[in-house]
Design a protein around this ligand. Sequence first.
Ligand SMILES: Cc1cc2nc3c(=O)[nH]c(=O)nc-3n(C[C@H](O)[C@H](O)[C@H](O)COP(=O)(O)OP(=O)(O)OC[C@H]3O[C@@H](n4cnc5c(N)ncnc54)[C@H](O)[C@@H]3O)c2cc1C
Length: 399
Amino acid sequence: MGRVIVIGAGPAGMMAAIFAARAGARVLLLEKNQEAGKKLLLTGGGRCNLTNTKAGEDLPAQYPGGGRFLHSCLARYGPRFICQFFQDIGVELVTEEEGRVFPKSLRAASVRDALLRELKSLGAEIRYCQPVRKLRLAGGKVAGVASDSFYPGQHVILATGGASFPATGSTGDGYSLAQRAGHTLVPPKAALTPLIIEESWPRSLSGLSVFAQGQIQAGRRKLKSQGQLLFTHFGLSGPLALNLSRYLEKGAAVELNFLPGLRGEELLQVGSTAAQSLDRFLPRRLARQLLELAEIPPQTKNLNRAEKERLEKVLFAAKLTVAGTKPLEEAMVTAGGVALDEVNPKTMASKKTAGLYFAGELLDIDGITGGYNLTIAFATGCAAGSAAGSAAAGEVLYG
Ligand SMILES: Cc1cc2nc3c(=O)[nH]c(=O)nc-3n(C[C@H](O)[C@H](O)[C@H](O)COP(=O)(O)OP(=O)(O)OC[C@H]3O[C@@H](n4cnc5c(N)ncnc54)[C@H](O)[C@@H]3O)c2cc1C
């Protein structure tokens, strides 16, 4: 029986190690931190939004980076498979609004600990404080990996994550390891990152969260997205801003509709002041701010045509200018990574180096918020682990 070496004990690496062991291989998991899953513990505000059951057939469309590549992997190891897997290893789940799935404990640690228990019961070995620095290659094949020690092995899964939140251990080490093995790197950049806004008025609403719709120009396409929007001391965050961020750079415009689904004529109540009318639909602070932007005193009754037009503009199409996005280090996810056309979409095997596999955020894949990024870590981990594990388990060792 051969051995599979997995580099990185994040969600992708732990899942890959479990599936390699279940396929019958011996497994060694090398992690550079003193503990597994440091980033996993931060997910979902510590509650771990581990997958999402809403999208159904549209699941690949939730990945602005890599959706097409994911079809077969998600068909096999998608949200339903992931939910069943966690229930089988003793993690009770709850599904919240918009299909977002969490552990019933609402503690990310219960997900991490269940993965570690399963690894232990399968006899997989984990070694901590092992920063892998080198892949040894021989004749176009993997021959082993080196941290402080050298570990020989012909089946290696790289699951070192992206380059965001580097304090968790995800410092982009896998990029240079993959490049040394002949892979092309799509330049890593921030995705799911907050927006710094030029205009000052959003800052005065810092801490307020509202449902809104955002529209931007992404190349030739107009993109619309809706969800919660959080005003911050530098601009905008929350799922709506995060999901649009990968398309935006300094100078870009964002158009916000604070009342999607409502029409202008439904807004103003006869006999009420402008403030009273808006308070029916919006938080008071936002309503006052929008009235100020439209230059309408709150106590105004019977708005004239020009006032109505100005009000509709700020309510349904408020324009903001992006001064920049928060850097990669502060992004929730890294877009870019190992180029997908050099990876087998069913097995996550390298098309460049025999015996090498990839899993998780290291790949050029990024999803929207709502559990879709952990879904990919888990699904690609299953695919890579099963393939590497079967290949290793079928090996006959002599001597
Ligand atoms: C604050 C925050 C909240 C998030 N919330 C959610 C959420 O609720 N739902 C969701 O779907 N996604 C969420 N994400 C995204 C999600 O956490 C990542 O997509 C996911 O962790 C990626 O998994 P991974 O295993 O590929 O990489 P990582 O989780 O980054 O794990 C990589 C592991 O590899 C190790 N490693 C790196 N280099 C080496 C090396 N040279 N040698 C050995 N080990 C190495 C690292 O120490 C780390 O343990 C969130 C991200 C952040 C930052």
